[in-house]
Design a protein around this ligand. Structure first.
Ligand SMILES: Cc1cc2nc3c(=O)[nH]c(=O)nc-3n(C[C@H](O)[C@H](O)[C@H](O)COP(=O)(O)OP(=O)(O)OC[C@H]3O[C@@H](n4cnc5c(N)ncnc54)[C@H](O)[C@@H]3O)c2cc1C
Length: 417
C-alpha cells in the first residue's frame, strides 16, 4: 500500500475501506540469515537498510514488547547535526541528510520539521565555545549562525531578557535542526522493512544467545529457539543485559532520562530552544503540548520513570528562562533507559564473537541518529566493513583509550555526558 494524495482522496470518498495493515504479524521461522534483537528505532532502521541497501531478505526483528514501545517512542524528538568532534560530526551530518529525504524514502509522513534549534549562551566563555562549535559545523558542511542578544530576541521574544542571574548573551542557531514525530519514525521504518520481506516478531523476548566454537548460531526466545548466521544486538538501555547473555561485559551504564508534556496550547514556541545555564530544553508538538526535558536522574536504573528532584530542577530552569510557561499545566511525565558510554559517544561494532554485532551507547541523543545508525550498522553487518562515517565508534576504544570521542569534555563519567 502506497500513500499518496490521490489515495487519500479516493479513500475519503469511498469510506476508508481500502487501507491495509502497516505490517504483517508473522510466526517466527526456525532459521534466518540475520536476526536483529530490538524493535526500537535503531533495530528497525537496521533491518530496513539491510533489505533496501544490501538486498537481503531473510531477516527478522525480535522485539520483546511492541514495535516502538521503547525509547524511540519516549523521547523528546529533537533532530540536529550540531556535533563538534570528528567522529561524531560526520556521522550526525550524514544522519541529518537521511532525515531530509526520509519521508520520500519511506513513503511515510514522519512529520520531520526543520523548525530550527537555538542553543542559548550566557557568558563570554560559553559564547567562545559555541562559536567554535558553529565553525566545526560549518566546516562539516552543516549550517550554524551565531546570534547576539538582539538576534535571539527577534526569534524568541518570550524569553526573560531582564533577569540578571543568567543573562542571555546570544545563541547558536542551527536552522536545519528541528524535530520529528517519534512513533511515526518507528512505524515508517517498520512498514518499510516489512514491505521488503523482513519479519517483525513482536512479544518475543530474547533470553539467551547461542554460541558454538566462538561463533553465534542463534538465540533463545520466549517463542522458542531461532537459528541465525548473524545476530545484531540493538536494545539501547538493555544492552548490558543482552551482552551478558553472550558472556560480554560492556562499558555502559543504564540511566533514566525524564521528559514532560503540558496540555495543548496555541502555537507559541516555534523553535527548539535549550538553556545554557540549567538543564532545560523545549519545543512545541504539533498537537500544541510543550515538550521539555533536562538531565539524567544521576543514578543507574532500569525503571522507565524518574524521581522528583530532577522534575523540580527542570521546572525551575524552565521558569527561569521563560516564566510564561508557569501558566501551562503539565499533563504527563515519563522516563526512558539511556545506554550511557564513558565518552558519551556510541558503539557500532563487531564483537569478539563471530557473527555477533552490537549497536548501542546512544546516551540521550539516539533519536536523531536512527537513520544513520541503521544505515551504518546494516553496512557493517552485510559487508563486515565499517562505514566511513561510523568508523570511529569502536568498542576497543574503551579498552585502549585510543580514539575516545568525548564530545562534552567531561571525562569518563557516564552520567555527565
Ligand atoms: C525522555 C527521553 C528524551 C530523549 N530525547 C531525545 C532527543 O530529543 N533527541 C535524540 O536524539 N534522542 C533523544 N533520546 C534518546 C533516544 O530516544 C534513544 O537514544 C534511542 O531511542 C535509543 O535507540 P532505540 O530507538 O533503538 O531504543 P528503544 O526504542 O529503547 O529500542 C530497544 C528495543 O529493544 C527491546 N528489547 C530490550 N531487551 C530485549 C530482549 N531481551 N529481547 C527483545 N527485545 C528487547 C526493547 O523492548 C526496545 O523496544 C531521548 C530519550 C528519552 C528517554
Amino acid at each position: 500500500m502506497r500513500f499518496s494524495g490521490l489515495k487519500i482522496l479516493k479513500e475519503g470518498l469511498t469510506g476508508n475501506k481500502g487501507w491495509t495493515k502497516h505490517w504483517r504479524n508473522p510466526e517466527p521461522k526456525k532459521e534466518y540469515d540475520i536476526l536483529i534483537i530490538g524493535g526500537g528505532g535503531h533495530g528497525l532502521s537496521t533491518a530496513y537498510y539491510l533489505a533496501k541497501n544490501h538486498g537481503l531478505k531473510n531477516i527478522a526483528v525480535l522485539e520483546k514488547g511492541y514495535v516502538g514501545g521503547g525509547n524511540v517512542g519516549r523521547n523528546t524528538t529533537i533532530v540536529r547535526a550540531n556535533y563538534f568532534l570528528p567522529g561524531n560530526s560526520e556521522f550526525y551530518s550524514h544522519s541529518l541528510k537521511l532525515w531530509e529525504g526520509l519521508e520520500q524514502d519511506l513513503n511515510y509522513n514522519v512529520m520531520h520539521s526543520k523548525r530550527g534549534l537555538i542553543n542559548l549562551f550566557h557568558s563570554d566563555g560559553q559564547r567562545d565555545a559555541f562559536a567554535r562549535r558553529g565553525n566545526a559545523m560549518i566546516n562539516q558542511g552543516d549550517d550554524a549562525f551565531l546570534l547576539d542578544k538582539e538576534g535571539v530576541r527577534d526569534l524568541l521574544p518570550y524569553l526573560d531578557f531582564e533577569q540578571t542571574r543568567f543573562p542571555i548573551y546570544g545563541g547558536l542557531y542551527h536552522p536545519r535542526g528541528g524535530s520529528a514525530r517519534h512513533d511515526a519514525v518507528a512505524w515508517g521504518y517498520a512498514r518499510g522493512a516489512d514491505t521488503r520481506g523482513v519479519d517483525l516478531i513482536q512479544n518475543c523476548e530474547v533470553t539467551g544467545i547461542d554460541i558454538k566454537q566462538g561463533r553465534v548460531t542463534g538465540v533463545q526466545t520466549t517463542r522458542g529457539s531461532i537459528n541465525a548466521k548473524k545476530v545484531g544486538i540493538v536494545v539501547a538501555g538493555r544492552s548490558g543485559q543482552l551482552a551478558a547473555m553472550a558472556g560480554m561485559s560492556l562499558p555502559i551504564e543504564s540511566h533514566i532520562l525524564q521528559a514532560f508534556v503540558t496540555e495543548g496550547l496555541k502555537p507559541c514556541i516555534d523553535h527548539v530552544v535549550s538553556f545554557g545555564m540549567g538543564h532545560f530544553y523545549i519545543s512545541q508538538s504539533d498537537k500544541g503540548g510543550l515538550v521539555f526535558g533536562g538531565d539524567l536522574d544521576f543514578y543507574t536504573s532500569y525503571a522507565q520513570r524518574g524521581n522528583l528532584p530532577m522534575k523540580e530542577h527542570v521546572m525551575e530552569a524552565g521558569m527561569t528562562l521563560m516564566p510564561m510557561i508557569g501558566k501551562a499545566r503539565v499533563l504527563r511525565s515519563w522516563g526512558g533507559i539511556m545506554d550511557m558510554t564513558p565518552d558519551g559517544s556510541p558503539i557500532i561494532d563487531k564483537t569478539g564473537i563471530e557473527g555477533l554485532y552490537i549497536d548501542c551507547g546512544w546516551c540521550y541523543g539516539g533519536f536523531k541518529a536512527v537513520p544513520a545508525s541503521g544505515y551504518c550498522f546494516a553496512h557493517l553487518m552485510a559487508t563486515d566493513r565499517y562505514h566511513e562515517v561510523a568508523s570511529g565508534f569502536r568498542l576497543s576504544r574503551f579498552k585502549t583509550g585510543y580514539g575516545l570521542i568525548d564530545e562534552e569534555g567531561t571525562g569518563s563519567q557516564h552520567n555527565l555526558h
